[in-house]
Design a protein around this ligand. Structure first.
Ligand SMILES: [Zn+2]
Length: 140
């Protein structure tokens, strides 16, 4: 199965900078969803999130962090950057200039229209999660 392997730039920014204020939990949820969508192990996710939390101000209580991680791992929701609310929250780059968006989104659009460029190997198209489980559950 081919899927993207990079963390979105906006998520990466949140992860490396930490977050402030009331939206930390919500953003934390998005980060976990992203990491989970990229098939990271639970241990990796917990590690990333603990590091992220150290950069938050104020840091989230351990229990809250645990809650966010298990909640986001329990669903299959994957946040996109096209919702205005999410874009504002994460400070997304404009889709026209976001390299991530250009690379993954445009690629899947191209695949669907499929006119120019035959023969090029497009391994890294964005796989949009549907209802069916398309990723492995950790430990299976
Ligand atoms: Zn974004």
């Amino acid at each position: 199965m081919s899927s993207r392997k990079e963390v979105k730039p906006c998520i990466l920014k949140a992860l490396t900078m930490g977050n402030q204020g009331d939206m930390r939990s919500r953003i934390g949820h998005m980060i976990v969803s992203e990491l989970r969508g990229l098939h990271n192990s639970s241990a990796t996710i917990v590690g990333c999130m603990s590091t992220w939390n150290l950069r938050n101000s104020p840091v989230l209580p351990k229990d809250e962090l645990k809650r966010i991680i298990s909640m986001a791992q329990g669903n299959e929701y994957n946040y996109g950057c096209l919702s205005e609310a999410i874009r504002n929250l994460l400070g997304c780059i404009d889709p026209d200039t976001c390299q991530y968006y250009q690379k993954y989104h445009k690629q899947s659009v191209k695949e669907n229209t499929e006119t120019e460029k035959g023969g090029e190997n497009e391994e890294e198209k964005l796989s949009v999660p549907s209802d069916q489980k398309s990723y492995k559950t950790p430990g299976s």
